[in-house]
Design a protein around this ligand. Structure first.
Ligand SMILES: NC(=O)c1ccc[n+]([C@@H]2O[C@H](COP(=O)([O-])OP(=O)(O)OC[C@H]3O[C@@H](n4cnc5c(N)ncnc54)[C@H](OP(=O)(O)O)[C@@H]3O)[C@@H](O)[C@H]2O)c1
Length: 379
């Protein structure tokens, strides 16, 4: 099988390494935009050369971003090439267009590395779904935020200090917003939920609250009440569609999620009959992520075509059925919060069960009055 890589960064060079010396997978061309001397003989800056090379079977898009990735991937499918991508932003934003195009062209579109990095999450989700009905998907889907939360539970360290350390270690980007505010998780949740429920959710509609404002004082309080705090994603079948959201969540200190260390992920689906199955591992990193790209190529070599789901039906978000108590810390409690307050925990309060979508909407507005406000759902 001849592969063309679009991009030769962290993941692209990892894919190249995995393929080196193999008889069955051959990296024939690499699209670059800055010199990469180690692959000079197969590098090109002209995508058309890849597009019109009939010997190329698979285009592996590992350059990131929406454009020109979308145009290149679409053109590759139309030119009769299978596509593998690690790009969650691309798949989340163009889910409908790209899955329909792959179907129309009769080619494979696989993106296992896009959700869970090195964890074979999507392939197992799709496998489970062939037999059972999936009730919910979610879990710890971002390594950077888990690294921060884990470190804050292990020793009393402030959020800004541990974020700086994560950046120095290369776990967090210079602009960490996508990881700590929930956008990265939301993309992975949308892709997972769409596959699990044959749905077509819009990324921007899913409410979320991140960990930017958590303090070492909050963590100490949670621990003294027997909880650990994790940034969790959740998407479940609901009466009128799918209930999906992302929020810091207090789980029992002995829960599986509480034990997930450093930058690891723990992603779970629950099948109606099969029950809960969780997948734990490296949610990012060069060789684990590249391994999933290469595994997708191997699946195509074995005859795989299409996407993980056959249908994508526009689906409403329905949060009406989900309610639980919350921990809320704000310097400016309003009447609504006072009415729902059931208990006081140090600098924060604990509410009775509140509708999740109502709480996430309140928290978003409250951040305008009090930017230091923090909330966490209690499961
Ligand atoms: N890193 C991970 O652990 C990880 C995990 C899961 C998923 N992913 C996804 O994998 C994709 C790649 O991530 P990465 O970490 O490998 O990023 P990266 O290290 O920044 O690599 C991207 C590469 O693509 C090249 N590139 C970008 N735009 C291009 C264009 N228009 N034409 C040609 N080359 C172009 C860049 O060129 P320059 O070298 O000139 O900048 C760079 O070499 C992203 O979608 C990311 O979300 C990454």
């Amino acid at each position: 099988m001849n592969i063309a890589l679009l991009g030769f960064g962290v993941v692209g060079s990892g894919v190249y390494e995995w393929c080196r010396g193999r008889e069955d997978l051959h990296v024939r061309r690499v699209l670059i935009r800055s010199d990469k001397p180690e692959i000079a003989s197969i590098a090109t800056r002209d995508f058309e050369e890849i597009l019109h090379d009939d010997a190329i079977d698979v285009v592996a898009e590992v350059m990131g971003g929406l454009h020109p990735a979308y145009e290149y991937v679409s053109a590759a499918l139309k030119a009769g090439k299978h596509v593998v991508t690690a790009n969650k932003a691309l798949i989340a934003a163009y889910y409908q267009e790209l899955t329909a195009l792959a179907k129309q062209c009769g080619k494979a579109l696989l993106c296992t590395a896009a959700v869970g990095g090195g964890i074979p999450w999507l392939v197992n989700l799709a496998r489970c779904k062939k037999l059972d009905s999936i009730c919910r998907v979610g879990g710890i889907m971002n390594g950077t935020s888990n690294f921060i939360m884990d470190a804050m539970h292990k020793s009393p360290v402030s959020f800004p200090a541990i974020l700086k350390q994560a950046q120095e270690l290369g776990y967090a980007e210079a602009d960490p917003s996508a990881d700590i505010d929930g956008d990265d998780i939301r993309r992975k949740l949308v892709i997972s939920a769409n596959i699990a429920f044959d749905a077509l959710l819009r990324e921007e509609d899913i409410p979320m609250f991140g960990i930017r404002t958590v303090t070492d004082g909050d963590i100490k309080t949670f621990q003294s009440h027997g909880f650990a705090c994790k940034l969790l994603a959740e998407a479940a079948q609901a009466e009128g569609g799918v209930c999906a959201y992302i929020e810091p969540t207090l789980v029992a200190a002995d829960a599986l999620e509480a034990a997930v260390p450093a930058n690891f992920n723990l992603i779970t689906y629950e099948g109606e009959n099969i029950g809960r199955q969780s997948f734990y591992g490296q949610g990012a990193g060069q060789m684990p992520t590249a391994a999933n790209v290469v595994q997708d190529c191997l699946s195509i070599l074995e005859g795989r075509t299409g996407f993980y789901a056959q249908k994508a039906v526009p689906t409403a978000l329905d949060g009406t059925g989900e309610a639980h108590p919350y921990y809320v810390r704000t310097a400016a409690p309003d009447e609504w919060l006072k009415q729902h307050t059931a208990d006081t925990w140090d600098n924060g309060v604990v509410t009775g069960a509140i509708n999740t979508y109502e709480m996430l909407a309140w928290a978003k507005t409250q951040q305008k009055t009090d930017p230091t406000c923090f909330i966490a759902g209690i499961r």
